[in-house]
Design a protein around this ligand. Structure first.
Ligand SMILES: Cc1cc2nc3c(=O)[nH]c(=O)nc-3n(C[C@H](O)[C@H](O)[C@H](O)COP(=O)(O)O)c2cc1C
Length: 270
């Protein structure tokens, strides 16, 4: 709604500028000029467009193409409603087992689980909230012990107790849900998670990291656990050893889904 008002403001502004003779093929008004005029027309503060040249497609004209490009910049991704990124990830200490070393991503000296790193990038790309799913009981750090415990939990249909709970789930329309592949399935804590929270009417977009088995049948599982949610079949699955170098892949996936936040500044993302 806000975006529509803003767009209407921009269109009105451009029409006014045209009518008043402000727009000439050889005149480059900045978006700052436009913002001032728009603030005046709408009678309130609008987004700061950072003094960009209003001729956004650089064809020496200020026309409807520029308006379309500007709409992309100033309209937040509110069409998708409020977004949450919820994830489970286990950061294992380095050196316990050679095969787990690729399960960690070190950024600025801080170790992330691979799913955790994916969640971080998704959160940054979408401008959403971040939620970490945690268990009350901590898992063993030894890889082989962890493997056998996880296998046992799965065979027994165990439900680990959740230490974290989503507050105000109602406010979110879309929830990106991330988890590693454990024994060709989701970790059992994800079952606790999906059984505690009701995603009816919301869109769930799954993402995961894995050691070779991608999503396995987990999308199907989520669909069964949340029959009243729309579970996207366009989830992103990444092999754990590729996660570290996959920021662009994740960003492209977000953009393809139409969830990329609109930057109101050009500051580079970390
Ligand atoms: C208990 C356990 C079981 C796993 N089982 C599988 C599996 O069946 N298939 C697979 O592709 N990867 C499997 N993996 C590898 C993880 O999916 C992979 O390391 C993932 O990136 C870990 O994500 P995280 O760092 O966010 O915890 C398993 C890892 C663990 C710890």
């Amino acid at each position: 709604m806000k975006g529509k008002i803003l767009l209407a403001g921009i269109v009105t502004t451009v029409m006014c500028m045209t009518t008043l003779g402000f727009v000439y093929a050889d005149t480059n008004y900045t978006s700052g000029d436009l913002k001032n005029l728009q603030d005046f027309i709408l009678g309130k503060e609008t987004n700061d467009l950072n003094e960009k040249n209003y001729d956004l497609n650089a064809d020496s004209r200020c026309d409807s193409f520029d308006v379309c490009m500007m709409r992309k910049e100033v309209t937040p991704s509110e069409d998708n409603g409020k977004i949450l990124v919820a994830y489970y990830s286990l950061v294992l200490p380095g050196g316990t087992d050679a095969s787990t070393s690729a399960s960690r991503v070190i950024v600025d000296g801080k170790p992330y689980g691979t799913t955790e790193y994916m969640a971080k990038v998704i959160q940054e790309e979408t401008g959403s909230d971040l939620f970490e799913i945690q268990t009350v009981e901590k898992y063993p750090e030894n890889f082989s012990v962890l493997m056998s415990q996880a296998g046992k939990e799965q065979r027994e249909g165990y439900r680990p107790e959740l230490a974290t709970h989503i507050e105000n789930l109602d406010q979110y329309d879309t929830v990106f849900v991330g988890y590693p592949n454990w024994w060709d399935d989701m970790p059992m804590v994800m079952y606790s998670f999906f059984e505690e929270h009701d995603f009816a009417g919301k869109t769930i977009i799954p993402f995961n990291s894995h050691g070779g088995r991608e999503f396995s049948q987990t999308i199907q599982e989520i669909t069964e656990l949340q029959p009243d949610a729309e579970v996207s079949t366009d989830g992103l699955t990444l092999a754990r050893e590729t996660v570290y170098t996959s920021r662009d892949v994740i960003a492209e996936w977000i953009a393809d889904l139409g969830y990329q936040k609109n930057n109101e500044d050009d500051s580079p993302k970390k």
